[in-house]
Write a protein that binds this ligand. Sequence first.
Ligand code: G6Q
Length: 546
Amino acid sequence: MTAQSPSSRAALPQWQHVAAHAAAMGGTHLRDLFAADAGRGERLVLDACGLHVDYSKQRITGETLPLLLKLAEACGLRQRIDAMFAGEKINTPEHRAVLHVALRAPQGEKILCDGHDVVPDVHEVLGRMAAFCRQIRSGTWKGHTGRPIRAVVNIGIGGSDLGPVMAYEALRHVADRQLTFRFISNVDGTDFVEATRDLDPAETLFVISSKTFTTLETLTNAHSAREWLLAKLGDPAAVARHFVAVSTNAAEVSAFGIDTANMFGFWDWVGGRYSMDSAIGLATMLAIGPELFEEMLAGFHAIDEHFRTTPFERNLPVLHGLLAVWNTTFLGAHTIAVLPYDQYLKRFPAYLQQLTMESNGKRVTLDGRVIDDYQTGPIFWGEPGTNGQHSFYQLIHQGTRMIPCDFIGFAQSANPLGRHHDLLMANVFAQAEALAFGKTADMVRAEGVPESLVPHKTFPGNKPSTTILAKQLTPRALGSLVALYEHSVFTQGCLWGINSFDQWGVELGKVLAKRIVPELESATEPKLEHDSSTNALIRWYRQASS
Ligand code: G6Q
């Protein structure tokens, strides 16, 4: 900790009250908190929009949330939420509104951006997407040789990939199994080759998803896709039947050769990592159909309304966000593990990594101050349960770090199979219990364990977790779950005083790579003017790859 500048969030009295409370709590153990309060497990829960959230195993006392709520107020959370929903340009460094909530606003609702109601625009695109999806799914849209489409390949990266892949995987059980879906993101040619090797170009549709339509990886893959298609179909006119685009950049889409009639647009007020429910969700809609896509949007919208209107003390995204700030900034956790106990959510941690870390991986406040007196965005990571239990859970249980966990589970399996689901869910509850309460040295001794092994077999406990449950992994539940994290991220960003909606940190590497490409491709030995390590690596590569 360095001296706090007067404009630092850490200089707020409400911040200091939270910090003092954290210090006073010391190592107060969850065992003691539960022992002192028989009703804790039933009281520290919230039900909203079909989600049941138990946060009783967080390291909080009766004082913690009221103090955090006061801090939220002092940080202007109410005003920030209202400004976002009102279409104000809260992404000030980019001078943009942040209106992903408009993407799921029902028809008839009014959301203004620069005085223009954007809700009709959203529904116009959704209507075009639905009509297109019906054509593909019914087989009435024919490929260039007259055959129906059987495979859909989404080409995109970052926000134009992670959401569509995650949603496709999550909702596979309600997807059209007649269609094959593939997702290509990496500029590594292996991604393209493996995704297309068994596909027939005459039956393949490429969805080129790129907000800017200038992204190196996506454009490189899109050009390879066109070559792959034309190598078999020959006629350049085939592109019109096998390529559609999702973008905000009509000029670049048509420069690539895609008819803008086959382009689905969105707007600069939709950030990439907040775009899975915009036209970027075209692959999702192709998989699950327009009706279920609408249900997913309704799930998002339910949480939006809850977030906008519910008092903070019962507001799910607000509480979730405040607990993340509490654990990270005040209790010193560096990472948060997201542990979905549902195989269909296997890409959910990867999706959340972008949502959380690209949004809140910032060290400068909205007003340009470098933050040197508190920690901001934690590292998010995770794997589906129960696999993680046989891998990294050891460190969570007995390592030296505190890693707060979000457990996610469902009451009913999409694939009921014998005892599997009860076994799965028993593990969710057991892990959260073991993390919170641990196993004392006395308990280990009482089992007759030799003294030399007692420390090894002791579980310290006091490891915080939140358990998030829903009845089933439906499109609606998925929408609500994602919206919960979106608004939690927003809440966290507001407390840290940072902008959750830009991502300048991805730029430098891109610029440097552009400079290095010709150095790798040059037929003659290039004059290298990097540092000695980079120069040597380039030389090694040139030699080894020739
Ligand atoms: C997300 C980011 C980033 C973006 C990709 C792809 O919030 O902006 O991940 O989605 O760089 O960008 P394009 O969609 O423009 O290709």
